[in-house]
Design a protein around this ligand. Structure first.
Ligand SMILES: Nc1ncnc2c1ncn2[C@@H]1O[C@H](COP(=O)(O)OP(=O)(O)OP(=O)(O)O)[C@@H](O)[C@H]1O
Length: 70
């Protein structure tokens, strides 16, 4: 939350074994940031993963990332 409060930005990588609260952490952060009036774009690399996030979409869908066909 510090990087949001100070508008400093950042990149974080959350990893861990199955069932170790990764989704819980993302959902909590999303709710906390959204509650401050900020916009949260929840995207994932796969459709299955995006279903775990509130309002989640795939990054390809949200940002219209082209998929090379050749
Ligand atoms: N702090 C917590 N308090 C209570 N329950 C929690 C907490 N953190 C996680 N849980 C519960 O533990 C379970 C597993 O958590 P979660 O789905 O966040 O793990 P995960 O790391 O995303 O798992 P996976 O890698 O399998 O997707 C969920 O049912 C979740 O509600």
């Amino acid at each position: 939350m510090h990087v949001v409060d100070t508008n400093s930005g950042g990149m974080f990588f959350l990893y861990g074994h199955g069932g170790t609260s990764k989704t819980f952490m993302w959902r909590t952060l999303t709710a906390a940031i959204h509650s401050t009036g900020n916009i949260v774009l929840a995207v994932a690399s796969s459709g299955i993963a995006s279903l775990l996030l509130p309002g989640g979409r795939t990054a390809h869908s949200k940002f219209a990332i082209p998929v090379p066909t050749e």
